[in-house]
Design a protein around this ligand. Structure first.
Ligand code: PCA
Length: 326
């Protein structure tokens, strides 16, 4: 066979194969902000496989972790505008746009997995509505493990935190820094190993999971369990793209989304203890915050809760009321 003929034969064979196995009619790239090894990214990858397999390849979803397609701060806009049709984002990163996005980051309002689930149930209708008004369809949401404090030295009170450079990831974390007289610096999780290694920041509030994923023991020494809140990641779909799908495809996506929410939450619970153990194994001091530090932080929590409720609007306040009555 000459080369042209060979090419034509190969093309025909490939086309026949793809047609007979159900060729991917549509491909959606799914930007995600956190490292591939992170449990949210692993859950997202399984969700994507579930949809691809469940639709027989009619809709293929391909995840792009580590902010490789869009950085965390860009993902929501990318999905809103259709540059990506699906993506995962820490919505509290958009609290300055609407306080409701920060409902999961109010210190000590919901500080266990159980309460975080209840808060999610209470907030979901309001969040769904808000996102719908922004051309976004909310698919599923998974919590991060409880947030604790990382430092480069022993800390026993908020007074001892004065002047420390503090890595923040949303409004609430920046406000926490201000109220404790630290210096907030907003940095995406993907960039924190570098920030700590070069002294751009010396502390943060985050989960054991992020400390483990980013190997922060290379720079930091102490993790204090505070259980301040459990922020959430949310998987969003461009509303036009969602509305354009056949109902049977949407049914598959919804099924995979429920599974992902359940599996991701399960992972968060188990990953929490595992990652705290790993921080300790790698030389960090891991312990509950002392009474003084904990009560200082509770005082800050009271201020932040009041501030949030003042700005939250009816939807936010109704969600908090509904949560408290559960
Ligand atoms: N990790 C993310 C958000 C919350 C968490 O535990 C971060 O530090 O950016």
């Amino acid at each position: 066979m000459n080369n042209k003929l060979k090419l034509a034969a190969t093309t025909l064979a490939v086309t026949t194969l793809l047609t007979s196995t159900g060729m991917a009619a549509e491909k959606w790239d799914m930007p995600m902000a956190y490292s591939a090894t992170n449990f949210h990214s692993a859950t997202g990858a399984e969700f994507a496989n579930c949809v691809t397999a469940g639709t027989g390849g009619d809709l293929e979803i391909v995840t792009h972790p580590s902010g490789s397609l869009f950085k965390g701060a860009e993902i929501k806009r990318a999905v809103q505008t259709g540059q990506a049709l699906i993506g995962e984002r820490l919505l509290s990163g958009h609290q300055n746009e609407n306080p409701l996005f920060g409902i999961d980051s109010i210190p000590f309002l919901a500080s266990s997995f159980e309460d975080a689930d209840k808060l999610w149930v209470a907030a979901k209708p309001h969040m769904t509505k808000l996102l719908a008004s922004q051309n976004l369809h909310l698919l599923y949401s998974v919590p991060w493990p409880p947030q604790g404090l990382y430092f480069k030295r022993e800390i026993n009170s908020v007074a001892e935190m004065e002047g420390i450079k503090f890595r923040s990831y949303n409004n609430a974390t920046a406000r926490l820094a201000e109220l404790s007289k630290m210096v907030p610096i907003q940095i995406e999780a993907a960039d924190i190993s570098q920030a700590f290694a070069t002294g751009v920041a010396d502390s943060m509030v985050s989960s054991g999971s992020t400390g483990y994923d980013r190997k922060v023991w290379e720079s930091l020494t102490h993790f204090y369990e505070v259980d301040a809140w459990l922020p959430r990641n949310y998987v969003l779909v461009n509303s036009d793209a969602w509305n354009g799908l056949d109902q049977d495809i949407r049914d598959v996506i919804n099924g995979c989304a429920s599974l992902a929410e359940y599996a991701g939450t399960w992972r968060a619970v188990h990953y929490h203890q595992f990652t705290l153990g790993e921080l300790a194994k790698n030389g960090m001091t891991v312990q509950r915050a002392g009474d003084r530090l904990q009560s200082d932080l509770q005082d800050i929590g009271v201020i932040m809760t009041e501030e949030w409720l003042e700005t939250a609007g009816e939807g936010g306040r109704a969600a908090v009321e509904a949560f408290k009555s559960m």
